[in-house]
Design a protein around this ligand. Structure first.
Ligand SMILES: [Zn+2]
Length: 104
């Protein structure tokens, strides 16, 4: 079964792009894993074992800026939000990020 968890904070908070100040939108992405699953059974009185390819997808959300196209993970955006609140501005420059030791 594929899993899909949107972080709770993503549902309730409005986040803003630190590059242009636009409100960010959520974007659903996924990683795809290819696995083989061993399957065995009977057919016409003979026993068989075969490998069945199985694709598994892991979904996750990121934030995307509709204006400048900036993409950022939820955890990084949470760090950005803290700095935006502290400095009381939405747009942050490199120096601001360095000061709060935010590594993208
Ligand atoms: Zn932006």
């Amino acid at each position: 079964m594929d899993t899909l968890d949107m972080p709770y904070g993503m549902l309730i908070k409005k986040m803003y792009c630190h590059k242009c100040g636009t409100q960010l939108t959520e974007q659903l992405l996924y990683n795809e894993y290819h696995q083989k699953r061993l399957e065995c059974g009977f057919s016409f009185l003979s026993f068989y074992i075969r490998l069945r390819p199985k694709t598994r997808r892991e979904y996750y959300y990121i934030y995307k800026c509709p204006k400048c196209g900036n993409k950022i993970s939820y955890s990084n955006q949470c760090k950005i939000e803290q700095v935006q609140k502290k400095l009381n501005k939405k747009i942050l420059d490199e120096a601001d990020l360095d000061r709060f030791m935010i590594i993208m």
